[in-house]
Design a protein around this ligand. Structure first.
Ligand SMILES: NC(=O)c1ccc[n+]([C@@H]2O[C@H](COP(=O)([O-])OP(=O)(O)OC[C@H]3O[C@@H](n4cnc5c(N)ncnc54)[C@H](OP(=O)(O)O)[C@@H]3O)[C@@H](O)[C@H]2O)c1
Length: 241
């Protein structure tokens, strides 16, 4: 009997929120998962849960740390290469978010390092581990497009990630590069963005997952997508309308 080659995904920030929701979905389809987060306790809880379904390599660490990125790349190599890299890990910055004129510059640099520089640095670190046809998903935000007052740290960090992704796609026609707005989600980050507010009306991150899966398993060209639109398009095509 021949052993089936595994499908391998590296998902950053998979200890909670969207990253964990996507990891759960891919684990259910027996993908081999490489996951990280800074908080080792929550990451271990995620690993324990996911390991009931599939092979999971969990590596606690910070995506802004070059040594950690090298460790992730080493794990990708040992797994036999990556079919998918999801740059999901991200920080909001100070909460409540300061206006730009009052934004502490060291905090701004931290937001850019995590949300803009680290995703590219991780792509560079795993470039030789990407299998032919591999997909790169950079998770962005509508705050990277709309100039919402009060979003001057996080928003431009995502705008830069969007443009960086577009240039990466233009420079590498052989790669599938997707920059994806997952939509509002009821997560820790969203609560930090709206401190003290009731966010129970926001959809759970699980609702954004089908759109991401469409990019992972479909055949769409490189580009910017919104997870919600992809899910609607898939439902329409599967119902024949
Ligand atoms: N929630 C929304 O409404 C919304 C809307 C648009 C876009 N997004 C985007 O969707 C993605 C997921 O967001 P979410 O709402 O699920 O956030 P979340 O609940 O705060 O989860 C973020 C995950 O990333 C990890 N992480 C953060 N910084 C990290 C770092 N430097 N290195 C490694 N791991 C790190 C966190 O664990 P540790 O803290 O333990 O490291 C956690 O596992 C993000 O890219 C976010 O910008 C979210």
């Amino acid at each position: 009997m021949t052993e089936q080659v595994s499908r391998n995904a590296l998902i950053t920030g998979a200890s909670r929120g969207l990253g964990l929701a996507l990891a759960r979905r891919l684990a259910g389809e027996r993908w081999t998962l490489i996951i990280d987060a800074r908080g080792a306790g929550a990451l271990e809880a995620a690993r324990t849960e996911l390991a009931g379904l599939t092979r999971v390599i969990s590596i606690p660490g910070d995506v802004t740390d070059a040594e950690h990125r090298r460790t992730l790349a080493g794990a990708a190599r040992e797994a036999g290469g990556l079919d998918v890299l999801v740059n999901n890990a991200s920080i909001l910055g100070p909460s409540p978010q300061p206006d730009l004129l009052d934004y502490p510059i060291d905090a701004l640099e931290e937001v850019y390092r995590a949300n803009t520089v680290a995703p590219l640095a991780l792509i560079q670190a795993v470039r030789n581990e990407l299998k032919p046809g591999a997909r790169i998903l950079n998770i962005t935000s509508d705050a990277g497009v709309e100039p919402y007052p009060g979003w001057g740290g996080y928003g431009p960090s995502k705008a830069a990630l969007e443009h960086l992704s577009a240039i990466l796609a233009a420079e590498n026609p052989g790669l599938r590069v997707y920059w994806v707005d997952p939509g509002d989600m009821r997560t820790q980050m969203h609560q930090e963005a709206f401190p003290g507010e009731d966010i129970s009306d926001r959809p759970l991150p699980e609702e954004s997952v089908p759109g991401l899966v469409e990019l992972i398993e479909g055949d769409l060209p490189s580009g910017r997508y919104r997870a919600g639109d992809l899910a609607i398009a898939r439902d329409a095509s599967s119902s024949g309308s």
